[in-house]
Design a protein around this ligand. Structure first.
Ligand SMILES: NC(=O)c1ccc[n+]([C@@H]2O[C@H](COP(=O)([O-])OP(=O)(O)OC[C@H]3O[C@@H](n4cnc5c(N)ncnc54)[C@H](OP(=O)(O)O)[C@@H]3O)[C@@H](O)[C@H]2O)c1
Length: 268
């Protein structure tokens, strides 16, 4: 059984990734979609699923909860699927100084953005076979949803940008490991680094208009386009994809200039 797994599929970018994978990989048997809000997952299944396409399997799991990870691990061990695509998209951010923060909200960002992504990747990799298979366009791939926040520290989103820096580093190192082990027809791993997007992320993060100068002036990315291009880049074997020219330039600038110079600008 060939499948794809997408986390954080109940809204925003994850929902767009599901649409892309559903249309591009009609040869899959199932797409497992994971988020906490079950009713949203079922609504999305209803709106996307076609008669002859892959079956969408909603899984209402809180990925910060160890029992949810065990449940996923058990399902994988029982069904032993051939996983062609993994998209680690579930994540959240919170704006504000660490001094004023609730420790649970800060730890929750680490749990979902870092811990869950690491656990799921480790579990899923055991069921990914390198190389192309019949009816499949490309070798298997993993997309880790990162952010422009990974390029340099963002004061007032200190924990969030640190979690995304982890995602970037983990993606590059894992991709190198897989390339060394399997060569060209490997399993590709890509980090996609969008700038701000108008999704539920902003509400969850506490970013209303007027609360952050940076979020007020930065150009926004369109989730549909981000998902579409990220999938194409992953299929081509790229490691990092940054949408929009401005953010591509920012990525280079953040590599060259001392971060002490960048932080007054990257402060959210
Ligand atoms: N929007 C932006 O400005 C922006 C910019 C750069 C990067 N990103 C990244 O893009 C990714 C997607 O975010 P988005 O913008 O699409 O925001 P979103 O609409 O809030 O989506 C976040 C998704 O993650 C899921 N999720 C959150 N906590 C979870 C948990 N504990 N267990 C399982 N699922 C969980 C949410 O579903 P439930 O609530 O149903 O669990 C939701 O489906 C995130 O990794 C985010 O860091 C966003």
């Amino acid at each position: 059984m060939e499948i794809a797994i997408i986390t954080g599929t109940s809204s925003g970018l994850g929902k767009e990734f599901l649409k892309q994978i559903y249309d591009r990989y009609s040869c899959l048997d199932e797409i497992w979609i994971i988020s906490r809000r079950e009713s949203k997952l079922f609504d999305i299944k209803k709106s996307i699923e076609k008669e002859n396409g892959p079956v969408i399997i909603p899984m209402a799991l809180d990925l910060t909860d160890e029992d949810s990870c065990l449940l996923l691990s058990d399902k994988l061990n029982r069904q032993k699927p051939n996983i062609r695509v993994l998209i680690n998209n579930a994540g959240c951010g919170v704006i504000g100084d660490v001094l004023d923060a609730d420790y649970k909200a800060q730890a929750n960002m680490v749990d979902i953005n870092v811990r869950a992504l690491t656990v799921i990747t480790t579990l899923v990799l055991k069921y990914m076979k390198p190389g192309k298979t019949e009816g499949t366009k490309t070798y298997p791939f993993i997309i880790n949803v990162c952010s422009i926040a990974s390029f340099a520290p963002n004061p007032r989103m200190s924990v969030y940008c640190s979690t995304k820096a982890y995602v970037m580093s983990y993606t590059k190192a894992l991709n190198y490991e897989l390339k060394s082990r399997f060569g060209k027809n490997r399993i590709n791993v890509l980090a996609v680094c969008p700038g701000p997007m108008r999704t539920e992320f902003l509400e969850v993060a506490g970013i209303a208009p007027g609360t952050s100068k940076t979020f007020d002036i930065l150009p926004y990315c369109i989730p549909e386009k981000v998902a579409q291009k990220a999938v194409k880049r992953a299929e081509k074997g790229k490691t990092v994809y940054t949408p929009r020219l401005l953010y591509k330039i920012y990525r280079i600038v953040a590599k060259i200039l001392p971060h002490n110079w960048i932080m007054p600008v990257s402060k959210t």
